[in-house]
Ligand binder design. Structure first.
Ligand SMILES: NC(=O)c1ccc[n+]([C@@H]2O[C@H](COP(=O)([O-])OP(=O)(O)OC[C@H]3O[C@@H](n4cnc5c(N)ncnc54)[C@H](O)[C@@H]3O)[C@@H](O)[C@H]2O)c1
Length: 249
């Protein structure tokens, strides 16, 4: 298992799904974790179940004030901040014809602007800590489109550009910035009622790794990028998709 001893991480969208998995994996790997989300009850329950090395804060990633408060909590409780996992996200599904400009903006506000604000919010604390690692969660939809997913796909493509710029601007402070691109992963997002009726298992059986992804598959990559083992990786894109984007037979 990746060694995260002594690291302090802030993980957004950590009340459930992959964010919860990352928080559990990080604590098991030796890190201390501040979990942020807008789902306070489940978020607090996850943090409580992890004991003294975890703490929950209400963090709406679209709020600059909430980001500043979350960073302050990391410093006051755990003394430093080394890692940010920009994981919070939403996946609205609607054809462009039925998507208003406000709907589109709302998705980008959470998925992309939220990550931008987060990167700015942690920079001073990470610089103070002597460097750090920022992991931005994008998607295979950061590389390919899908019908009904214009806002989501645009938001996830944009994360790739944001990641590269941040890596270039923050490298001098010892801060590495990378993006992770999960394929289909079994969480509430893919169990959304809007997907009902689609035979997901038949689709995933066609992949080079013939199954749907599990949150832990992604957590292991995120933990590696958070750790010193990935010291020479920055500004890069890491697909964890079971071979989904490798091509078609
Ligand atoms: N599940 C997949 O197949 C898949 C594939 C590729 C990428 N992703 C990405 O992985 C990340 C995690 O997704 P998941 O599958 O665990 O979904 P999820 O819906 O289970 O978790 C997303 C979390 O983000 C939180 N969130 C939403 N808006 C927020 C806001 N404004 N501020 C703070 N938190 C907010 C939610 O409350 C939730 O806890 C997302 O960025 C998603 O786009 C998911």
């Amino acid at each position: 298992m990746t060694n995260l001893d002594g690291k302090v991480a802030l993980i957004t969208g950590a009340a459930r799904g992959m964010g919860e998995s990352h928080a559990r994996h990080f604590v098991a790997s030796g890190a201390k974790v501040v979990l942020g989300d807008v789902l306070d009850e489940p978020g607090r329950a996850v943090a409580d179940s992890l004991g003294e090395h975890a703490y929950y804060v209400h963090l709406d990633v679209t709020s600059e004030a909430a980001w500043d408060a979350a960073v302050a909590v990391a410093i006051s409780r755990f003394g430093r901040l080394d890692v940010l996992v920009n994981n919070a996200g939403v996946q609205p599904i609607s054809p462009m014809a039925d998507t208003s400009a406000d709907d589109f903006r709302h998705c980008l506000d959470i998925n992309t602007v939220g990550q931008f604000i987060g990167i700015k919010a942690v920079t001073a604390a990470m610089t103070e800590a002597g460097g750090g690692s920022i992991v931005n969660i994008s998607s295979t939809n950061g590389f390919v489109g899908a019908p009904g997913m214009s806002a989501y796909t645009a938001s996830k493509f944009a994360i790739r550009g944001l990641t590269r710029c941040a890596a270039l601007e923050l490298g001098h402070a010892g801060i590495r910035v990378n993006s992770v691109h999960p394929g289909g992963v079994d969480t509430a997002m893919t169990r959304d009622p809007e997907w009902e009726g689609q035979d997901q298992s038949a689709f995933f059986a066609t992949l080079p790794v013939p199954r749907i992804g599990q949150p832990a598959d992604i957590s292991r990559m995120v933990a590696w990028l958070a750790s010193d083992e990935s010291a020479y990786a920055s500004g890069a894109e890491f697909l964890v998709d079971g071979g989904l984007l490798a091509g078609r037979y």
